[in-house]
Design a protein around this ligand. Structure first.
Ligand code: V1D
Ligand code: CA
Length: 455
């Protein structure tokens, strides 16, 4: 039995069965991992509208903090391209992409009849450069997935991504193109199983829906749920369908959860999910609206607690894509994602913000990386409730007592064609590896026999 050190206080043992499924990707020493940062500054210049809570400017603030702390010296820094139309079409319907491509605030009148059909309105307005913005954010996530696939990066960060609500046929919840689904589809060309974890305060419904019928992706979302809070989905009973049954997990949380309860719940769920599902790559959506003091959020988390969840996943050692998401108090969003960049790098930052950064006024009066954000909302999550949540998820996991096959019998039609070729290649690779192993063992035996004869 090989014992893999997982983190300071955790040890995971690999038995023969785990070994059998874990052969495709080597776990590296977490401190040696290469981290890439995918950000096109153009994405931070778009405006959803004066009253709209989504402010791409938060990305510029994040960028200034990351540069101010000089983390760019330790990161592989990329300025990604826009996703191509062809790439966007890997998930989104052509009718919807045509609409996104053509509509502008200036010609909106011409398209008015389509607004209801395409869910255009308060949450998802038509704004200048909307499609360009969506393609920039998606291009960054696709590039991040490519860096993992090629092995150039072990961790790839895109804070402009994580737009988890976008659907195949329509935008939703400030998200127009689902960069996460596009990145995961790309990972599935090579990786047998993808684990998607979502710590945005909202349910990751768009990603869940896209992979609801496959066992190649497990979606796990932690979110506020009361049946009304946007998007009003994500109760325990959404577990997947067909081949995907038991591969969607939802952790419904009440208002005001605090640091300790959240971290405990996160670890208590993520650890067994990993053991049961055995992914070969992890995608983590780090929505910053789960912080205390968020304009739309209702939790009580501090920056360190949110970062502890990221660190917990990082320490597992899997290839990892780290994405942004929601977050509506820009000064805290930028602090969080700067801090989480340092977590990915495994470096410590001075809690006092660097003094040489633009927009310093945003960080008044404390100029700290870790302002107190907790304690503003009453915690409605009793111990008993959280214990029940944990037990419900573990119960669901019992159905997953083995890693699902790499082979898929039934796939959603749009994903199936896309993956067929990769599946074949993967099987051939496995067969070739088996044959190599067999030949090597025969050669060893032959050599031993030859040795016996000469002794
Ligand atoms: F407060 C607003 C002002 C202007 C426009 C929209 C809003 C707003 C606040 N909250 N919109 C919402 C949520 N929408 C509703 C609608 C009411 N209808 C019946 C639905 O409650 C949408 C919240 C979206 C959250 C997005 C996200 O944080 O999860 C995200 N993640 O990645 C990117 C965004
Ligand atoms: Ca979530």
């Amino acid at each position: 039995m090989v014992v893999v050190s997982w983190s300071d206080d955790q040890t995971f043992a690999r038995d023969a069965k785990t070994e059998q499924y874990a052969a495709l990707f080597e776990l590296k020493n977490v401190e040696q991992r290469k981290v890439s940062y995918h950000f096109n500054d153009l994405a931070s210049h778009y405006h959803f509208g004066a009253m709209h809570p989504m402010k791409p400017f938060r990305l510029m603030l994040t960028d200034h903090l990351v540069l101010g702390y000089k983390m760019h010296e330790k990161l592989d820094w990329y300025r990604p391209r826009r996703a191509t139309e062809e790439e966007v079409l890997e998930f989104h319907a052509s009718e919807y992409v045509d609409f996104l491509k053509n509509v502008t605030p200036h010609n909106a009148d011409k398209y008015k009849d389509m607004f209801e059909k395409f869910n255009i309105g308060g949450d998802c307005p038509i704004f200048d450069g909307m499609y360009d913005y969506a393609r920039l954010t998606a291009g960054a996530s696709i590039d991040a997935s490519r860096k993992l696939i090629s092995g150039v990066s072990d961790i790839a960060i895109n804070w402009s991504g994580g737009l988890h609500h976008a659907k195949k046929f329509e935008p939703s919840g400030f998200c127009y193109v689902n960069d996460i689904v596009l990145a995961i589809l790309n990972l599935l060309r090579v990786h047998p199983r993808v684990l998607y974890i979502d710590i945005d305060v909202h349910h990751g419904d768009g990603v869940q829906e896209a992979f609801y019928a496959t066992d190649r992706v497990m979606t796990l979302s932690f979110h506020k749920y009361d049946g009304e809070y946007f998007p009003a989905t994500g109760n325990f009973d959404e577990v997947g369908v067909g081949m995907g049954v038991h591969h969607a997990l939802n952790v419904p949380i009440r208002d005001g959860i605090d640091d300790e309860s959240y971290i405990r719940l996160f670890r208590a769920i993520v650890e067994p999910v990993l053991l049961s599902y055995q992914p070969s790559v992890v995608v983590l959506q780090c929505g910053a609206d789960s912080l205390g003091g968020d304009r739309l959020g209702v939790f009580n988390l501090n920056i360190r607690a949110h970062g502890r969840c990221v660190n917990f996943v990082r320490e597992l050692g899997f290839p990892l894509i780290v994405l942004g998401g929601g977050g509506y108090t820009p000064r805290n969003v930028s602090r969080l994602w700067c801090y989480e960049t340092s977590v990915c790098l495994g470096v410590d930052l001075d809690p006092k913000l660097p003094s040489n950064i633009p927009f310093m006024k945003y960080f008044e009066p404390d100029y700290s990386l870790h302002p107190t954000l907790s304690g503003r909302v009453e915690n409605k999550n009793s111990r008993k409730y959280l214990e029940m949540v944990r037990a419900r998820i573990l119960e669901e996991l019992r159905y997953l007592n083995h890693a699902p096959s790499v082979q898929m019998q039934i796939m959603p039609p749009d994903i199936a064609g896309f993956l067929e070729e990769e599946e074949k290649r993967l099987q051939e690779e496995k067969q070739a590896a088996h044959e190599r192993e067999y030949r090597a063992s025969q050669e060893q035996k032959d050599a031993a026999r030859a040795g016996e004869m000469t002794d």
